[in-house]
Write a protein that binds this ligand. Structure first.
Ligand code: A3P
Length: 331
């Protein structure tokens, strides 16, 4: 059974002292509510559950990340289609630079073509982002409320991709047991934690709601997409994305089938057929080895039905409905 949070949830909204040192950081993190149950203990920071080492990175980001007006930030919760969105965003915004036959996506995992702002790629630190020329294509798993405030005020564009919660949960469960050595979390246990709002980057619904509300308030700057609509109408979403990102498909591109080419290049079938996505990987610390292939599993809508009972599905649907009630967002 999952343990009870060891510190009051109140302290989760705590902010650390200014210019905090590495030791102070450890002390600060130790004051946050901690809970076990997933492959590693997680802390509740600013009302979201995250792995402890991320807290320092998030705080560093607040001090160091300088959003630019022409930045594009691809935002997701893990397992909601980040890899796919990164591939699409990269292919769309770089389409005048690369031919579809000789494309960086054929040689690199999409995850490493679009850097996370809060998690430096191995061998890099947070200063790397500053070296990128504009317009930058960036990504994040952070909730909107944890992005530096200027991200909203500077007018940069954010694309948020969310996913039907049951599928997102099943994908998370598989992923968690795969990336962390020795992890063997039972589905029922993970399910209970997820429904309580206790999951990496969770509560799941709050993360979605923050971006959802912002997309209603600032539709020209925040685009809200769902994995399922991407699955059912990929070419339309490519057009929508290109337009939103300020690089709409031209008539010539329309007649030469560019939307179709982008969809094909970024498809699950194509990406999983590439050697670069079948082999290799990256260490994050000494316990987590992220294989390039781990970002691809089934890539289907509705796989939850192969893992959950009707009862479980009803329960999670009820929780989600209640949490999203009145927002206009539904799955
Ligand atoms: P499943 O585990 O349900 O298969 P993320 O990239 O956020 O980690 O999400 C991973 C999920 O997206 C996995 O879902 C993975 O299979 C799916 N996925 C990865 N690339 C995809 C693609 N090109 N098209 C559709 N789904 C994709």
């Amino acid at each position: 059974m999952a343990s009870i949070p060891s510190k009051s949830e109140e302290s989760a909204t705590k902010v650390p002292p200014e210019n905090v040192s590495a030791q102070n950081m450890e002390v600060f993190i130790s004051t946050l509510p901690t809970r076990e149950g997933w492959s590693q203990p997680m802390v509740l920071y600013k009302n979201y559950w995250c792995r402890p080492h991320l807290v320092g990175m998030i705080m560093l980001l607040q001090d160091t990340f300088e959003p630019r007006r022409d930045d594009i930030i691809l935002a997701t919760q893990p397992k909601c289609g980040t890899t796919w969105l990164k591939a699409l965003g990269f292919a769309i915004t770089n389409r005048s630079r690369h031919s579809f036959r000789d494309h960086p996506l054929l040689a690199s995992n999409p995850q490493y073509l679009v850097p996370f702002i809060e998690i430096p790629d191995p061998g890099r630190d947070h200063t790397y982002l500053e070296t990128l020329s504009s317009p930058r294509l960036l990504s994040t798993h952070l909730p909107l409320s944890m992005l530096p405030a200027e991200t909203s005020s500077c007018g940069c564009r954010i694309v948020y991709l969310c996913r039907e919660p049951k599928d997102a949960f099943v994908s998370r469960w598989h992923f968690e047991n795969k990336i962390v050595k020795g992890s063997n979390i039972e589905l029922d246990r993970a399910f209970d934690m997820f429904c309580q709002g206790f999951s990496p980057s969770g509560p799941f619904w709050n993360h979605c709601l923050e971006y959802w509300k912002e997309s209603l308030a600032r539709p020209n700057e925040v685009l809200f997409l769902k994995y399922e609509e991407l699955k059912s109408h990929p070419e339309e979403v490519v057009r929508q994305l290109a337009k939103f990102l300020g690089v709409p498909l031209t008539e010539e591109e329309e007649s030469s089938g560019v939307a179709k080419e982008v969809v094909k290049l970024c498809s699950f079938e194509n990406l999983t057929s590439l050697k670069v996505n079948q082999t290799g990987g990256v260490y994050h610390g000494n316990k987590i080895y992220v294989e390039n292939s781990v970002f691809f599993r089934k890539g289907k809508v509705g796989d939850w039905a192969n893992h959950m009972s009707e009862e479980m599905a009803e329960k999670i649907d009820r929780v989600i409905q209640e949490k999203l009630s009145g927002s206009g967002l539904a799955f």
